[in-house]
Design a protein around this ligand. Structure first.
Ligand code: ADP
Length: 232
């Protein structure tokens, strides 16, 4: 379980506070106005930035100063971050070992991940030879290969059309359930949250709120969320 304990992060006058825990295997959406700090929250959890005060705990262990690779966290960014000169197989294999020197069992894991995301037979292709949806699947395979209990997604499928995005969200949800991973996903689309997430973190006015039940939250949105949804 991930706990953010009295986290306070400040940069250039921007402040973000967080004080909550995430349940294991939960699927949680992070929503809120542009510039509110959604990406900042994920960067704090991923270890790309460090809070001025407060602690991050994983199963009670303090990981506040851990480097990104020493955290129980895999990242999937909007662009997917595929390396253009590497094949689909190599891009996914980076999730296992950045040296790309893999044992037989590790190679099997990469092939298994590619098969699971629907890219069996595409191993030798370069990213330029993939559609947008296939590139998203390759990036997801790499995140899956990282074998970490918490997956952080920052607007991962924003470049895809609505139908493809829904398909990818379903796939992430299925994979998270199969592999017993927790998922924290930033989205600009409130509908993504209702489709995908059991709970929602609202980031607004300098605070990342504790996760709230999705259906309850959308049935009776608080003021900050109403403003964001445009219902005011
Ligand atoms: P969101 O993801 O909700 O749109 P961000 O976390 O990206 O919000 O941004 C939070 C605040 O941090 C904003 O005030 C933004 O302008 C600022 N910010 C974001 N990225 C950077 C950066 N690389 N350098 C300086 N300030 C940044």
């Amino acid at each position: 379980m991930l706990t953010l304990e009295n986290i306070r992060y400040e940069q250039d006058g921007f402040v973000l506070r967080a004080d909550f825990s995430l349940r294991p295997e939960a699927r949680v959406a992070v929503i809120g106005p542009s510039g509110a700090g959604k990406s900042t929250l994920l960067s704090l959890i991923g270890g790309f930035i460090t809070p001025q005060s407060g602690r991050l705990l994983w199963d009670g262990q303090n990981i506040t100063q851990n480097t990104p690779s020493a955290r129980p966290v895999a990242n999937l960014f909007q662009e997917g971050n595929l390396f253009p000169h590497l094949s689909v197989y190599e891009n996914a294999a980076l999730g296992v070992n950045v040296s790309l020197r893999l044992s037989a069992a590790e190679k099997a894991r990469v092939h298994g991940a590619l098969e699971r995301v629907g890219l069996a037979g595409f191993e030798a292709r370069k990213p330029a030879q993939l559609s947008g949806g296939q590139a998203s699947r390759a990036a997801l395979a790499r995140a899956l290969c990282q074998d970490k209990p918490l997956l952080l997604l920052d607007e991962p499928f924003a470049a895809l059309g609505p139908a493809l995005r829904r398909e990818m969200l379903d796939l992430v949800g299925e994979i998270a359930t199969e592999h017993r991973r927790a998922v924290l996903m930033v989205s600009h689309e409130p509908r993504d949250a209702t489709q995908f997430a059991q709970a929602v973190i609202v980031v607004a006015e300098g605070v990342a709120e504790a996760p709230q039940d999705t259906a309850t939250l959308f049935a009776k949105p608080p003021k900050a969320l109403r403003a964001y949804l445009g219902d005011d």
